[in-house]
Design a protein around this ligand. Structure first.
Ligand SMILES: Cc1cc2nc3c(=O)[nH]c(=O)nc-3n(C[C@H](O)[C@H](O)[C@H](O)COP(=O)(O)OP(=O)(O)OC[C@H]3O[C@@H](n4cnc5c(N)ncnc54)[C@H](O)[C@@H]3O)c2cc1C
Length: 462
């Protein structure tokens, strides 16, 4: 009788093959970590990043792009040999619109333009000017409380709500300011005023209050080109249809149990799945408080409705610019619409118009329950209202994300603290992904780079 030789443990098992997990696997390998494996529940890699082309129209299921000013992301793109594939947003995409009192208003891009703009009422604009004279707030407060205190209720309800809708599909009254916009909290702490901070940073070349500047960027074939390249670089190290059911300690480090009951030994394990799934997988390993904290990170549901039109200029509005956002106080059912062909002209056939309308979010999760026909009819009514005209689309694609965007609600930093202290007590365990320190693809790559350094340190010490 022959006895099978014991299978040596993997160097690193990465649970989750979204951009966070894939980037970590590539970067850990680059740092010399041997025998890395990625375990992905779905039948394809990429997670939220997915691009589909139909009849010349590009349909992004998740992110449309990333800002081109984060060194870790640019370094990853270069490592994959994709520098020549980067596509920056058209200059025209600098124009943005916000709905106020049922109409689209152009967002002013300079202080003088703001003073004469109709994006806020005159009293609303004057109140913004009083920003430097407002008192500081509590250590943790909601984005809405912070904004209403500093720039007034109207600007909070229109400008800040729109920004939160655009980034998080979230409710500004629920989101934690230091967790979602840490830079704003830091500016207030350091300078006592956002205006004073911006003036000081402008002198030193820094970015605005919501974060660093930069140009929205994608790849020639869309965002999936990035995750496809990561997955190709990893080759057979990416195992699809491999949902992780649980992680426990073992003599070599960890034992990862898959949903089919099989077990895999690994020296280190990185969990790059959404926090709810991480809670399940790590329940055997982490104390109850940390598991509850993981479960306490909620997600907003998001529906994406893509509509494409072959006829040139099918609406009264020229649909030039990046698109428009609809603050909650407008009581409409869409969160906003991106003018995709104006932003990235190659994402639609020449002369055609491609729109991407978002619905749902923390404000209206029930929108995802509407059947496709009703959802499309709703979008057409809303586009008619804001853009003028109800042309029949030649291309339609509807995508629902039940777990769309994590919400860093009040208490997020305390939850993070509990989770990270518990994870740090388990050497060789790493946690990352968009549920913790930033929801942008860039933030995921920054976290992946940090995790790769930590994995390499542990591997070196082993
Ligand atoms: C509609 C929409 C628009 C967006 N727009 C932008 C944008 O314009 N710019 C931007 O920067 N970001 C944007 N984002 C956010 C960005 O897409 C995400 O934050 C990022 O892609 C998340 O990557 P991730 O790897 O952390 O998570 P995910 O992409 O969610 O990947 C997690 C992976 O884990 C897998 N998984 C889950 N459970 C298990 C398990 N038990 N075992 C194994 N695998 C498991 C999942 O199948 C998935 O593949 C958008 C998101 C959405 C939904």
């Amino acid at each position: 009788m022959t006895v099978a030789a014991p299978v040596p443990p993997h160097g690193l098992a990465v649970c989750g093959g979204g951009i966070s997990g894939l980037a970590l696997a590539v970067l850990a390998r680059a740092r010399g970590v041997a025998d890395v494996i990625v375990l992905e529940a779905a039948g394809r890699p990429g997670g939220k990043i997915q691009t589909e082309w139909r009849d010349g129209f590009c349909c992004e299921w998740g992110p449309q792009g990333f800002l081109d000013n984060v060194p870790e992301m640019l370094a990853l793109v270069s490592r994959l040999g994709l520098d020549g594939e980067l596509v920056r947003a058209d200059d025209a995409a600098g124009d943005r619109f916000i709905a106020r009192n049922g109409q689209l208003r152009q967002v002013p891009l300079s202080p003088p333009a703001f003073l004469t703009s109709d994006v806020l009422s005159l009293p609303g604009r004057l109140r913004v000017l009083l920003e430097p004279f407002q008192r500081r707030g509590a250590e943790e407060e909601s984005v809405f409380t912070f904004a209403a205190r500093r720039i007034g209720r109207e600007a909070a309800e229109v400008l800040v709500d729109a920004m939160v809708t655009g980034v998080y599909a979230g409710d500004p009254a629920q989101l934690s300011l230091p967790a979602t916009f840490p830079k704003m909290r830091a500016m207030e702490r350091e300078y006592g005023s956002l205006v004073r901070a911006m003036l000081a940073r402008r002198k030193s070349g820094g970015g605005g209050p919501a974060g660093p500047g930069g140009t929205l960027t994608t790849l020639r074939a869309g965002m999936q080109q990035l995750t496809d390249a990561l997955a190709s670089a990893l080759g057979p190290a990416v195992r699809l249809n491999a949902p992780v059911a649980g992680v426990t300690r073992s003599e070599h480090g960890f034992s990862v149990r898959l949903a089919d009951g099989s077990e895999l030994a690994t020296r280190q394990v990185a969990v790059a799945v959404p926090p709810g799934a991480a809670a399940q997988a790590l329940a055997p390993l982490l104390p109850n408080g940390a598991v509850a904290a993981l479960q306490g990170i909620p997600y907003a549901k998001v529906a994406v409705v893509m509509t494409g039109y072959r006829a040139p200029r099918p609406f009264a509005h020229p649909t030039r610019g990046f698109g428009f956002l609809v603050p909650g106080r407008e009581r409409r059912r869409i969160l906003g619409t991106i003018f995709c062909d104006a932003t990235f002209p190659a994402q639609a056939p020449a002369g055609a118009t491609l729109l991407r309308t978002l619905l749902g979010g923390a404000r209206d999760p029930g929108a995802l329950d509407l059947p496709d026909g009703e959802l499309l009819a709703l979008v057409r009514r809303e586009l008619d209202h804001f853009l003028g005209g109800d042309p029949a689309p030649d291309f339609v694609r509807i995508i629902r994300h039940d777990y769309g965007i994590p919400q860093y609600t009040l208490g997020h930093l305390a939850r993070l603290d509990e989770i990270e202290r518990a994870a740090a007590a388990v050497p060789g365990l790493h946690l990352l992904g968009n549920g913790f320190h930033g929801i942008a693809a860039n933030a995921c790559v920054v976290e992946a780079a940090k995790a790769a350094a930590a994995v390499a340190t542990v591997a070196g010490a082993a």
